[in-house]
Write a protein that binds this ligand. Structure first.
Ligand code: PLP
Length: 353
């Protein structure tokens, strides 16, 4: 990224040598992204991140592809949830699929709903939940959508770079990605759009991104994202092994040191970079995150909403978690160590006991 910023300052839309050099850097990055996703280069559109990509796919599918019904789940990321709520207000039929206590969608309900082909349907279900780590049965949903002629959008933001995805073998209309979830820079991502489902531009202006997304490209971030995906995919197995062992170690240590803890999300098929744990209600539990932060441990929190006015976690609410319990989401990378886990457990002990 630094070398691109220093040496590659041409505008990729300019036809002079500097411009052509910048254009080449972007197209090389696109080729890298396409290679690791099993896509063709014409199906990758760079965006400012996952939020933009998801908005573009969902709203574009309704506006340009005749979608009149969306089947989705209440545990989606807010950028999907709020886009769907917006479209619902515009008259699009929306069905919020049931989820169980582990956050798994009801696949039978999905199949039943797909039998109704009076609507042009978009199914929007995330690959991996960012709060509780529950994984979608991606292949199953893909097969169901294919069999019933529905469009399939998946927010794959948490999965890209952590699970192998081969779009050449999978029926899917749109997926989204965000570089900072696989150690790339923030503020850059992409939309994969299957060549059969090309929508109209979401942002109008210049002819960048083959007229799909106007505006001068964020070239250094695009190059950084492609490099990060290259590193994530080539090192995927090794990184996964490290992260899995640290996640399991934290689980074991928590079970050994604390009473009454619960893990949220599917513990059999899960996003291995996330562990969501909750502690029984206590006055001290409310201060856990603050105490961790003071000691240099960055974790995020949340609890289910007790009432409509609470701004709790919509995911924990949807899975019926106890609103009085304090939930903490730990996330991991291959840079974490077991020593750090020991320190976390020690600090948690001081916060709670
Ligand atoms: N979808 C999921 C599952 C996410 O976790 C996030 C980011 O937290 C997003 C979408 C939004 O991505 P971005 O922040 O790049 O817009």
């Amino acid at each position: 990224m630094i070398s691109v910023m220093k040496a590659n300052y041409g505008n990729p839309s300019s036809i002079h040598a500097e411009g052509r050099q910048a254009r080449a850097a972007i197209e090389t990055a696109r080729k890298t992204m396409a290679k690791y996703l099993g896509a063709s280069i014409g199906e990758i559109f760079f965006t400012s991140g996952g939020t933009e990509a998801n908005n573009m796919a969902i709203k574009g599918a309704v506006r340009d592809l005749g979608v009149t019904r969306i089947l989705t789940s209440p545990t989606e990321h807010h950028c999907v949830l709020h886009s769907v709520e917006f479209l619902e207000k515009q008259g699009v039929a929306v069905v919020w699929l049931q989820v169980d206590a582990a956050g798994r969608v009801d696949y039978d309900q999905l199949e039943n709903l797909l039998q109704d082909t009076t609507h042009r349907t978009l199914v929007s279900l995330m690959y991996a939940n960012n709060e509780i780590g529950t994984l979608l049965d991606f292949e199953r949903v893909s097969e169901l959508c294919k069999a019933h002629g529905a469009l399939f959008h998946s927010d794959t933001v948490q999965a890209i770079g952590h699970f192998p995805i081969d779009l050449s073998k999978t029926y899917v209309s749109f997926i989204s990605g965000s570089a900072h979830k696989f150690h790339g820079p923030k503020g850059v991502g992409f939309l994969y759009m299957n060549a059969d489902n090309i929508i109209q531009p979401y942002i109008h202006g210049g002819s960048q991104e083959r007229n799909m997304r106007a505006g001068t490209e964020n070239i250094q971030s695009i190059v950084g994202m492609a490099k990060a995906l290259d590193m994530a995919c080539t090192g995927m197995d090794e990184r996964r092994e490290t992260i899995e062992s640290i996640r399991q170690y934290l689980k074991d240590q928590l079970l050994a040191h604390f009473d009454g803890i619960q893990f949220h999300g599917d513990q059999d098929r899960y996003l291995y970079t996330v562990l969501n744990v909750s502690f029984p209600p206590s006055p001290k539990a409310d201060l856990i995150l603050l105490n961790l932060d003071i000691n240099g441990i960055g974790a995020s929190g949340g609890s289910a909403c007790a009432s409509g006015v609470d701004v709790g976690s919509h995911v924990l609410t949807a899975i019926g978690a106890d609103p009085d319990r304090k939930a903490i989401r730990f996330s991991f990378s291959h840079y974490n160590t077991k020593n750090e886990v020991d320190f976390v457990v020690e600090q948690l002990g001081k916060s709670i006991v």
